[in-house]
Design a protein around this ligand. Structure first.
Ligand code: FNR
Length: 356
Protein backbone atom coordinates (compact mmCIF):
# COMPACT_ATOMS: atom_id res chain seq x y z
CA UNK A 1 0.00 0.00 0.00
CA UNK A 2 1.05 3.57 -0.68
CA UNK A 3 1.23 4.43 2.98
CA UNK A 4 4.46 2.55 3.34
CA UNK A 5 5.75 5.77 1.75
CA UNK A 6 5.04 7.64 5.00
CA UNK A 7 6.55 4.88 7.11
CA UNK A 8 9.66 4.85 4.92
CA UNK A 9 10.07 8.61 5.25
CA UNK A 10 9.75 8.43 9.03
CA UNK A 11 12.38 5.71 9.18
CA UNK A 12 14.75 7.63 6.93
CA UNK A 13 14.23 10.85 8.90
CA UNK A 14 14.91 9.06 12.18
CA UNK A 15 18.09 7.56 10.75
CA UNK A 16 19.46 10.61 8.97
CA UNK A 17 18.45 13.74 10.87
CA UNK A 18 20.65 14.84 13.76
CA UNK A 19 18.97 13.35 16.82
CA UNK A 20 18.16 16.73 18.40
CA UNK A 21 16.43 17.84 15.18
CA UNK A 22 14.43 14.61 14.96
CA UNK A 23 13.43 15.04 18.60
CA UNK A 24 12.44 18.67 17.98
CA UNK A 25 10.05 17.64 15.23
CA UNK A 26 8.65 14.48 16.78
CA UNK A 27 8.32 15.56 20.40
CA UNK A 28 5.32 16.90 22.25
CA UNK A 29 4.73 18.74 25.49
CA UNK A 30 4.69 17.24 28.97
CA UNK A 31 4.20 13.48 29.17
CA UNK A 32 3.26 13.44 25.46
CA UNK A 33 -0.19 12.03 26.21
CA UNK A 34 -1.74 14.21 23.53
CA UNK A 35 0.89 13.22 20.95
CA UNK A 36 0.36 9.55 21.72
CA UNK A 37 -3.43 9.75 21.53
CA UNK A 38 -3.74 11.90 18.39
CA UNK A 39 -3.53 9.20 15.73
CA UNK A 40 -5.21 6.50 17.81
CA UNK A 41 -8.28 8.71 18.32
CA UNK A 42 -9.03 8.80 14.56
CA UNK A 43 -9.12 4.99 14.56
CA UNK A 44 -11.89 4.87 17.17
CA UNK A 45 -14.55 5.78 14.60
CA UNK A 46 -16.35 3.08 12.63
CA UNK A 47 -17.53 3.49 9.06
CA UNK A 48 -20.98 3.05 7.52
CA UNK A 49 -20.22 2.78 3.78
CA UNK A 50 -22.79 3.17 1.00
CA UNK A 51 -23.05 0.50 -1.72
CA UNK A 52 -23.52 0.61 -5.53
CA UNK A 53 -22.70 4.31 -5.96
CA UNK A 54 -20.45 4.55 -9.10
CA UNK A 55 -17.05 5.33 -7.71
CA UNK A 56 -15.29 4.74 -11.03
CA UNK A 57 -13.73 8.18 -10.66
CA UNK A 58 -13.12 9.72 -7.24
CA UNK A 59 -12.78 13.50 -7.29
CA UNK A 60 -10.77 15.05 -4.44
CA UNK A 61 -10.97 18.61 -5.74
CA UNK A 62 -12.11 21.14 -3.20
CA UNK A 63 -12.61 24.86 -2.68
CA UNK A 64 -11.49 26.70 0.42
CA UNK A 65 -12.48 30.33 0.96
CA UNK A 66 -13.07 30.62 -2.76
CA UNK A 67 -9.80 29.10 -4.00
CA UNK A 68 -9.52 25.75 -5.78
CA UNK A 69 -7.20 22.97 -4.57
CA UNK A 70 -6.58 19.49 -5.93
CA UNK A 71 -7.22 17.80 -2.59
CA UNK A 72 -8.57 18.51 0.90
CA UNK A 73 -5.25 17.38 2.42
CA UNK A 74 -3.20 20.51 3.16
CA UNK A 75 0.21 21.27 4.62
CA UNK A 76 0.22 22.44 8.26
CA UNK A 77 2.40 25.41 9.20
CA UNK A 78 5.59 24.31 10.90
CA UNK A 79 8.55 26.36 12.05
CA UNK A 80 12.07 26.22 10.63
CA UNK A 81 11.65 23.53 7.99
CA UNK A 82 15.20 24.31 6.85
CA UNK A 83 16.41 22.20 9.78
CA UNK A 84 14.99 19.10 8.07
CA UNK A 85 16.44 19.86 4.63
CA UNK A 86 18.54 22.73 3.26
CA UNK A 87 15.77 23.63 0.78
CA UNK A 88 13.20 23.64 3.63
CA UNK A 89 10.15 25.76 2.91
CA UNK A 90 11.13 26.22 -0.75
CA UNK A 91 11.07 22.46 -1.31
CA UNK A 92 7.69 22.20 0.40
CA UNK A 93 6.44 25.06 -1.74
CA UNK A 94 7.53 23.20 -4.88
CA UNK A 95 5.67 20.11 -3.70
CA UNK A 96 2.58 22.23 -2.98
CA UNK A 97 2.72 23.55 -6.54
CA UNK A 98 3.30 20.08 -8.04
CA UNK A 99 0.30 18.64 -6.22
CA UNK A 100 -2.09 21.63 -6.09
CA UNK A 101 -1.99 21.55 -2.30
CA UNK A 102 -2.70 24.36 0.16
CA UNK A 103 0.41 25.29 2.17
CA UNK A 104 0.16 27.13 5.47
CA UNK A 105 3.41 29.07 5.74
CA UNK A 106 4.61 29.70 9.31
CA UNK A 107 5.55 33.04 10.86
CA UNK A 108 8.67 31.09 11.77
CA UNK A 109 9.49 30.15 8.18
CA UNK A 110 13.18 29.60 7.56
CA UNK A 111 13.11 31.17 4.07
CA UNK A 112 11.88 34.57 2.83
CA UNK A 113 8.08 34.70 2.47
CA UNK A 114 8.37 36.21 -0.99
CA UNK A 115 10.56 33.33 -2.23
CA UNK A 116 8.20 30.73 -0.77
CA UNK A 117 5.20 32.42 -2.40
CA UNK A 118 6.97 32.51 -5.76
CA UNK A 119 7.68 28.76 -5.56
CA UNK A 120 4.05 28.00 -4.66
CA UNK A 121 2.84 30.09 -7.58
CA UNK A 122 -0.77 29.84 -6.38
CA UNK A 123 -2.95 30.46 -3.34
CA UNK A 124 -1.41 29.95 0.12
CA UNK A 125 -2.20 30.90 3.70
CA UNK A 126 0.01 32.70 6.20
CA UNK A 127 0.12 31.46 9.81
CA UNK A 128 0.47 34.33 12.27
CA UNK A 129 2.08 34.32 15.65
CA UNK A 130 1.23 37.63 17.22
CA UNK A 131 4.62 38.73 18.41
CA UNK A 132 5.49 40.94 21.36
CA UNK A 133 6.51 43.58 18.85
CA UNK A 134 3.10 44.29 17.32
CA UNK A 135 4.56 46.51 14.62
CA UNK A 136 6.82 43.65 13.53
CA UNK A 137 3.73 41.43 13.32
CA UNK A 138 1.96 44.04 11.20
CA UNK A 139 4.89 44.37 8.81
CA UNK A 140 5.16 40.63 8.36
CA UNK A 141 1.42 40.36 7.67
CA UNK A 142 1.66 43.20 5.15
CA UNK A 143 4.47 41.36 3.37
CA UNK A 144 2.43 38.16 3.30
CA UNK A 145 -0.48 40.07 1.77
CA UNK A 146 1.81 41.66 -0.83
CA UNK A 147 3.24 38.22 -1.63
CA UNK A 148 -0.25 36.85 -2.31
CA UNK A 149 -1.41 35.15 0.89
CA UNK A 150 -5.14 34.44 0.63
CA UNK A 151 -5.95 34.02 4.33
CA UNK A 152 -4.36 34.44 7.75
CA UNK A 153 -4.33 31.66 10.31
CA UNK A 154 -3.67 33.09 13.75
CA UNK A 155 -2.45 30.46 16.18
CA UNK A 156 -4.32 30.75 19.45
CA UNK A 157 -2.91 27.83 21.39
CA UNK A 158 0.59 29.21 21.89
CA UNK A 159 0.47 32.15 24.33
CA UNK A 160 3.66 30.60 25.69
CA UNK A 161 5.69 27.77 24.19
CA UNK A 162 4.92 24.28 25.51
CA UNK A 163 7.70 22.58 27.46
CA UNK A 164 9.05 19.62 25.52
CA UNK A 165 11.00 17.41 27.88
CA UNK A 166 12.60 15.31 25.16
CA UNK A 167 14.24 18.45 23.81
CA UNK A 168 17.00 19.91 25.94
CA UNK A 169 15.54 22.95 27.68
CA UNK A 170 12.48 24.12 25.79
CA UNK A 171 13.97 24.49 22.34
CA UNK A 172 16.93 23.59 20.21
CA UNK A 173 19.26 26.32 19.07
CA UNK A 174 17.73 27.69 15.89
CA UNK A 175 20.48 29.44 13.90
CA UNK A 176 20.00 33.16 13.23
CA UNK A 177 19.86 32.65 9.47
CA UNK A 178 16.68 30.59 9.94
CA UNK A 179 15.23 32.46 12.91
CA UNK A 180 15.69 35.98 11.63
CA UNK A 181 15.43 35.55 7.87
CA UNK A 182 12.01 37.21 7.71
CA UNK A 183 12.54 39.61 10.59
CA UNK A 184 15.93 41.23 10.30
CA UNK A 185 15.02 43.80 7.67
CA UNK A 186 12.40 45.17 10.08
CA UNK A 187 14.75 45.18 13.06
CA UNK A 188 17.76 46.90 11.59
CA UNK A 189 20.51 47.68 14.06
CA UNK A 190 19.09 45.33 16.68
CA UNK A 191 21.15 42.41 18.02
CA UNK A 192 20.08 38.77 17.72
CA UNK A 193 18.89 38.40 21.33
CA UNK A 194 16.81 41.57 21.13
CA UNK A 195 15.34 40.52 17.79
CA UNK A 196 14.34 37.14 19.19
CA UNK A 197 12.72 38.80 22.20
CA UNK A 198 10.71 41.08 19.89
CA UNK A 199 9.57 38.04 17.92
CA UNK A 200 8.34 36.00 20.91
CA UNK A 201 4.63 35.25 21.05
CA UNK A 202 2.69 37.91 22.97
CA UNK A 203 0.95 36.12 25.86
CA UNK A 204 -1.44 39.05 26.45
CA UNK A 205 -3.16 38.65 23.10
CA UNK A 206 -7.00 38.49 23.12
CA UNK A 207 -9.85 37.80 20.71
CA UNK A 208 -9.61 41.44 19.57
CA UNK A 209 -6.57 40.47 17.53
CA UNK A 210 -8.85 38.74 15.01
CA UNK A 211 -10.44 42.06 14.00
CA UNK A 212 -7.05 43.79 13.96
CA UNK A 213 -5.55 41.17 11.66
CA UNK A 214 -8.54 41.40 9.35
CA UNK A 215 -8.31 45.21 9.24
CA UNK A 216 -4.59 45.36 8.46
CA UNK A 217 -4.72 42.58 5.86
CA UNK A 218 -8.18 42.66 4.29
CA UNK A 219 -7.95 38.84 4.39
CA UNK A 220 -10.16 36.24 6.04
CA UNK A 221 -8.77 35.25 9.44
CA UNK A 222 -8.96 31.71 10.82
CA UNK A 223 -8.06 30.80 14.39
CA UNK A 224 -5.92 27.71 14.87
CA UNK A 225 -5.87 25.67 18.04
CA UNK A 226 -9.59 25.68 18.87
CA UNK A 227 -10.95 22.61 20.71
CA UNK A 228 -14.19 24.01 22.18
CA UNK A 229 -17.47 24.88 20.48
CA UNK A 230 -17.97 27.95 22.65
CA UNK A 231 -14.47 29.17 21.78
CA UNK A 232 -15.19 28.66 18.08
CA UNK A 233 -18.33 30.79 18.41
CA UNK A 234 -16.38 33.48 20.29
CA UNK A 235 -13.84 33.57 17.46
CA UNK A 236 -16.60 33.90 14.85
CA UNK A 237 -18.28 36.64 16.90
CA UNK A 238 -14.93 38.45 16.87
CA UNK A 239 -14.84 38.28 13.07
CA UNK A 240 -13.09 34.99 12.28
CA UNK A 241 -13.90 33.28 8.97
CA UNK A 242 -13.32 29.88 10.51
CA UNK A 243 -11.24 27.79 12.88
CA UNK A 244 -8.67 25.03 12.80
CA UNK A 245 -9.39 22.32 15.35
CA UNK A 246 -5.93 21.50 16.65
CA UNK A 247 -3.83 20.97 19.72
CA UNK A 248 -0.64 21.92 17.88
CA UNK A 249 0.35 18.31 17.32
CA UNK A 250 0.46 17.78 21.09
CA UNK A 251 3.16 20.40 21.51
CA UNK A 252 1.27 22.85 23.72
CA UNK A 253 -1.12 21.83 26.54
CA UNK A 254 -0.51 18.15 27.24
CA UNK A 255 -3.67 16.10 27.96
CA UNK A 256 -5.63 18.30 25.57
CA UNK A 257 -8.46 16.37 23.96
CA UNK A 258 -7.44 14.73 20.67
CA UNK A 259 -8.63 16.76 17.67
CA UNK A 260 -10.56 13.71 16.45
CA UNK A 261 -12.77 13.86 19.53
CA UNK A 262 -13.15 17.65 19.58
CA UNK A 263 -13.99 18.09 15.90
CA UNK A 264 -17.70 17.26 15.79
CA UNK A 265 -18.53 19.63 18.66
CA UNK A 266 -16.74 22.50 16.96
CA UNK A 267 -18.34 21.73 13.58
CA UNK A 268 -21.78 21.80 15.21
CA UNK A 269 -21.05 25.07 17.00
CA UNK A 270 -19.81 26.76 13.83
CA UNK A 271 -22.65 25.54 11.59
CA UNK A 272 -22.66 27.52 8.36
CA UNK A 273 -21.01 30.60 9.90
CA UNK A 274 -17.47 29.60 8.87
CA UNK A 275 -15.12 26.88 7.75
CA UNK A 276 -13.61 24.26 10.03
CA UNK A 277 -10.29 22.57 9.34
CA UNK A 278 -8.55 20.06 11.57
CA UNK A 279 -5.08 18.67 12.24
CA UNK A 280 -3.27 16.29 14.54
CA UNK A 281 -2.26 12.69 13.97
CA UNK A 282 -3.76 12.33 10.49
CA UNK A 283 -1.67 9.56 8.93
CA UNK A 284 -3.92 7.70 6.49
CA UNK A 285 -6.72 8.16 4.01
CA UNK A 286 -9.15 6.71 6.55
CA UNK A 287 -8.08 9.25 9.18
CA UNK A 288 -8.72 12.00 6.63
CA UNK A 289 -12.06 10.50 5.58
CA UNK A 290 -13.25 10.42 9.20
CA UNK A 291 -12.27 14.09 9.62
CA UNK A 292 -14.04 15.13 6.42
CA UNK A 293 -17.11 13.06 7.33
CA UNK A 294 -17.29 14.73 10.74
CA UNK A 295 -17.50 18.07 8.93
CA UNK A 296 -13.98 19.37 8.31
CA UNK A 297 -13.62 21.20 5.00
CA UNK A 298 -9.96 20.17 4.82
CA UNK A 299 -7.29 18.53 6.94
CA UNK A 300 -3.73 19.62 7.65
CA UNK A 301 -0.75 17.32 8.04
CA UNK A 302 2.35 18.37 9.93
CA UNK A 303 5.00 15.77 10.68
CA UNK A 304 4.42 13.52 7.62
CA UNK A 305 5.41 16.50 5.44
CA UNK A 306 8.52 17.11 7.53
CA UNK A 307 9.56 13.44 7.30
CA UNK A 308 9.03 13.51 3.53
CA UNK A 309 11.14 16.66 3.32
CA UNK A 310 13.91 15.14 5.42
CA UNK A 311 13.89 11.92 3.40
CA UNK A 312 13.86 13.35 -0.12
CA UNK A 313 13.29 17.11 -0.31
CA UNK A 314 10.50 18.32 -2.59
CA UNK A 315 10.11 14.84 -4.09
CA UNK A 316 9.62 13.35 -0.64
CA UNK A 317 6.92 15.89 0.24
CA UNK A 318 5.23 15.31 -3.13
CA UNK A 319 5.31 11.56 -2.54
CA UNK A 320 3.83 11.95 0.97
CA UNK A 321 1.01 14.19 -0.27
CA UNK A 322 0.26 11.90 -3.23
CA UNK A 323 0.28 8.86 -0.98
CA UNK A 324 -2.25 10.41 1.41
CA UNK A 325 -4.40 11.66 -1.48
CA UNK A 326 -4.38 8.27 -3.23
CA UNK A 327 -5.24 6.52 -0.01
CA UNK A 328 -8.09 8.96 0.66
CA UNK A 329 -9.48 8.39 -2.85
CA UNK A 330 -9.22 4.63 -2.32
CA UNK A 331 -11.18 4.61 0.95
CA UNK A 332 -13.73 7.08 -0.43
CA UNK A 333 -14.40 4.57 -3.21
CA UNK A 334 -14.81 1.80 -0.64
CA UNK A 335 -17.20 4.05 1.32
CA UNK A 336 -19.28 4.79 -1.78
CA UNK A 337 -18.31 8.45 -2.08
CA UNK A 338 -17.17 9.71 -5.50
CA UNK A 339 -16.67 13.31 -4.39
CA UNK A 340 -16.30 15.32 -1.20
CA UNK A 341 -19.91 16.43 -1.54
CA UNK A 342 -20.85 12.80 -0.89
CA UNK A 343 -18.80 12.64 2.31
CA UNK A 344 -21.09 13.41 5.22
CA UNK A 345 -21.44 12.51 8.85
CA UNK A 346 -23.64 9.51 8.11
CA UNK A 347 -20.48 7.71 6.93
CA UNK A 348 -19.20 7.46 10.51
CA UNK A 349 -20.95 5.55 13.24
CA UNK A 350 -19.34 7.54 16.04
CA UNK A 351 -16.29 7.19 18.22
CA UNK A 352 -15.95 3.79 19.78
CA UNK A 353 -14.21 4.46 23.03
CA UNK A 354 -11.56 1.81 23.05
CA UNK A 355 -11.11 0.09 26.41
CA UNK A 356 -8.04 1.12 28.40
C1 FNR B 1 4.31 22.79 14.45
N1 FNR B 1 3.07 23.44 14.47
C2 FNR B 1 3.04 24.81 14.26
N2 FNR B 1 1.84 25.45 14.23
C3 FNR B 1 1.78 26.77 14.00
O1 FNR B 1 0.68 27.32 13.99
N3 FNR B 1 2.93 27.49 13.76
C4 FNR B 1 4.16 26.93 13.78
O2 FNR B 1 5.16 27.59 13.55
C5 FNR B 1 4.23 25.54 14.07
N4 FNR B 1 5.44 24.92 14.17
C6 FNR B 1 5.50 23.56 14.32
C7 FNR B 1 6.73 22.93 14.32
C8 FNR B 1 6.79 21.54 14.40
C9 FNR B 1 8.13 20.88 14.40
C10 FNR B 1 5.61 20.77 14.49
C11 FNR B 1 5.64 19.27 14.53
C12 FNR B 1 4.39 21.40 14.52
C13 FNR B 1 1.83 22.68 14.59
C14 FNR B 1 1.31 22.21 13.23
O3 FNR B 1 0.82 23.28 12.48
C15 FNR B 1 0.16 21.19 13.38
O4 FNR B 1 -0.82 21.73 14.24
C16 FNR B 1 0.59 19.83 13.89
O5 FNR B 1 1.89 19.50 13.46
C17 FNR B 1 -0.39 18.78 13.39
O6 FNR B 1 -0.11 17.54 13.90
P1 FNR B 1 0.71 16.38 13.13
O7 FNR B 1 0.14 16.25 11.74
O8 FNR B 1 2.13 16.80 13.15
O9 FNR B 1 0.41 15.21 13.99
Amino acid sequence: MGLTVLDGHLRTAAETLPSEVFEYYSSGAGDERTVDEAAEAWSRFRMLPRVLRDVGTVDLRTRLLGDAFASPVAIAPAAFQTLAHPDGELAIARAARATGTLYGVSTRAGAPLEDIAAEIGGPWWFQVYVMRDRDLTRRLVERAVAAGARALVVTGDTPVVGLKRRVTGTRIAIPDDSYLVNLERHLAGVGSAQARAAAEQDPTVTLDVIGWLHRISGLPVLVKGVLRGDDARACLDAGAAGVVVSNHGGRQLDRSLPSALALAGVVDAVGDRGVVLVDGGLRSGLDCLVALALGASAVLVGRPVIWGLAADGADGVTAALRSLGDDLAHVMALAGAASLAQVDRSLVAGAQHAPG
